[in-house]
Design a protein around this ligand. Structure first.
Ligand SMILES: *Cc1c(COP(=O)(O)O)cnc(C)c1O
Length: 403
């Protein structure tokens, strides 16, 4: 029995095909078109006391990782990939693979958990951390210390206002300083952006989000441009610290990846339509969406993203924090939940979720657009924002306290 990627899924096939066919994973013994799930934690040696399939113990790896990692390698155009127990486990492993005293530059527009972990654990351990606005290339150039900065970590579009960072430009700055560039590609996904082709060294994902896409798996992934010393240290950390994905989660993630292109393209189209529907609405102070002409960073996004601008957008309410909170509270189609990238649309008052040390302004609601009918989503946001100043949908009237 094998679930190794079949040889016919080579580099000649398009990424959509490799994803839809899970890099050829199937069962050669039974003919099952899906791979089996190998739950065994340990692997017996043969009578010469040799490993049978190169495997000993499942903290090192599991047969179920291979197809997922093969798909991710193809989609991101990398040399190797590694799946982790969560996105944070993947990100933390890269910082932990550095040495105390090393200098790192981190975007202040990244997922708030990264800053939280760095302050709580990496700084006391000895990493020297500079947080900068990575949309400002001059600020990035000032922040790197040639010869001492080992890693630059960015996220684009970045949480929670979807700020756009120019990956190729930051890659050049990092390279000139002798630092590696890691890009959190969770929001863009490899469907829309391939950071390695733009000069990044590492791509990281919270695979919990779009890669899996069904809000039922917590997972992380790293893809590297080179299987170098840093990569070996990261792999060693995954094994020795046990930040591994479970075999069932790996199987679910592989299933989710089959529809990645369909889901992301649909969500991007819907998000664009939603963003355009609320531009100029008197209840909205700003629509934060990289696909809008006039959004800061739109020109960079239009160049570095292909085929859409993603399914994430945020609205800053003219009525301030109270209006934002009320909008999230009154939503009826959007689920009031944190996280993103699933087939179901979510809305959150991000400031409440992040707490006082977070990065989200209090007047902002963050929206993850799913695959529902976009008309339902627009109508729901319209009613959730209340009636002040807009008469788009006379049929949607909100009773006080509804939802
Ligand atoms: C959710 C998220 C993370 C953290 O991933 P987990 O899988 O929750 O550990 C990192 N980066 C981004 C952009 C995220 O949205």
């Amino acid at each position: 029995m094998t679930d190794k990627p079949a040889p016919h899924t080579g580099a000649s096939l398009r990424p959509e095909t490799v994803a839809a066919r899970a890099a050829g994973a199937c069962c050669a013994v039974t003919g099952a078109i899906l791979p089996p799930i190998q739950l065994s934690t340990t692997f017996a040696r043969n009578d010469a006391y040799e490993k049978v399939d190169g495997r000993g113990y499942s903290r090192d790896d599991n047969p179920g990782f291979e197809a997922v990692e093969a798909v991710l390698c193809t989609l991101e155009g990398g040399q190797a990939a590694a799946v982790f127990a969560s996105g944070m486990a993947a990100i933390a492993s890269v910082f932990q693979a550095l040495a105390p005293g090393d200098h790192v530059v981190v975007g202040d527009n990244c997922y708030f958990g990264v800053g939280k972990w760095l302050r709580a654990w990496a700084a006391p351990w000895g990493l020297d951390i500079a947080m900068v606005d990575t949309t400002d290339l001059a600020a990035v150039a000032r922040a790197v210390v040639p010869g001492r900065t080992r890693l630059v970590h960015i996220e684009t579009p970045g949480n929670p206002a979807w700020a756009i960072t120019d990956i190729a430009a930051v890659a050049r700055i990092a390279k000139a300083a002798g630092a590696r560039l890691m890009v959190d590609n969770t929001a863009a996904t490899p469907v829309l952006t391939q950071p390695l082709a733009l000069g990044a060294d590492l791509v990281v994902h919270s695979a919990t989000k779009y890669l899996n896409g069904h809000s039922d798996v917590l997972a992380g992934a790293l893809v590297t441009a080179a299987t170098d010393d840093l990569w070996e240290r990261v792999k060693s950390l995954r094994y020795l610290q046990g930040a591994v994905l479970g075999p069932f989660e790996a199987w679910l993630l592989l299933r989710g990846l089959r529809t990645l292109f369909l889901r992301v393209r649909h969500a991007s189209r819907s998000a664009q339509a939603i963003a355009e529907a609320f531009v100029g609405d008197p209840r909205v102070a700003a629509v934060c969406y990289p696909g809008l002409v006039g959004f800061p960073g739109h020109d960079v996004a239009a160049w570095q993203m292909t085929g859409g601008f993603g399914g994430m957008l945020s609205l800053r309410l003219a009525g301030g924090a109270e209006a934002a909170f009320e909008t999230a509270r009154r939503a009826q189609v959007f689920l009031r939940a944190t996280s993103l990238g699933g087939v179901e649309s979510l809305i959150e008052h991000r400031h409440t979720i992040e707490g006082e040390d977070g990065v989200a302004p209090p007047d902002l609601v963050r929206v993850s657009v799913g695959v529902e009918a976009v008309e339902d989503l627009i109508a729901d946001l319209d009613q959730a924002m209340g009636s002040a100043g807009r008469a788009v949908s006379g049929t949607v009237r909100l009773a006080a306290g509804a939802g």
